[in-house]
Design a protein. Structure first.
Length: 180
């Protein structure tokens, strides 16, 4: 648990009925715009992982990049972007996953990790867990280890963190919001 958990959670804006009726969208933009809270957010992750043997942060397109990049820099490890299909220019491996309405695919470069690398998979939010699980599967396909899955926000009512744990991955989030 982060000592800044309450401050970070209070900086997240809830937008009702967006992008559709009944959805409570958790907007991290106010958190990022507040320089003190943004620093506390990054510091929270740094404090959690500074003693952990990591080789890379795998940051998920696109909001995962926002937290993953400064975290990788502070920890002195590499940053590996997990991109939406068609965005990487070199040889890739691809993993599909289900969305609420259809499916999508994400990719990694085939040389993103060395066998045995220890990787933290990072995104802004865990909802249904599909994107995170697909990213973890890509990391494992390349022979690397997923040390933990991390996000700013967990939405436990959507069961994503439960799905990730059931698949054998440790999960960490700074704050949780109930509801959709």
């Amino acid at each position: 648990m982060s000592v800044y958990q309450d401050e970070i959670k209070n900086a997240v804006r809830t937008v009702e009925n967006w992008p559709e009726s009944g959805v409570m969208f958790r907007d991290i933009m106010p958190l990022l715009q507040n320089k003190q809270i943004f620093r506390k957010l990054i510091d929270s992750f740094v404090h959690r992982y500074q003693g952990v043997k990591l080789d890379a942060v795998a940051a998920i397109d696109a909001r995962g990049f926002i937290v993953g990049a400064p975290l990788a820099y502070e920890l002195g490890v590499s940053l590996v972007p997990v991109r939406k299909k068609g965005k990487l220019p070199f040889d890739t491996i691809c993993q599909s996953y289900d969305l609420e309405y259809g499916s999508a695919e994400i990719e990694l470069h085939t040389d993103a990790f060395k066998v045995g690398d220890n990787v933290l998979v990072m995104d802004d939010l865990i909802a249904t867990g599909g994107t995170m699980l697909a990213a973890c599967q890509l990391v494992k396909k390349l022979g690397a280890n997923v040390v933990e899955v991390a996000a700013i926000i967990d939405l436990p009512d959507l069961n994503g963190s439960k799905k990730l744990r059931k698949a054998g991955f440790d999960v960490y989030s700074i704050c949780q919001f109930d509801g959709l």
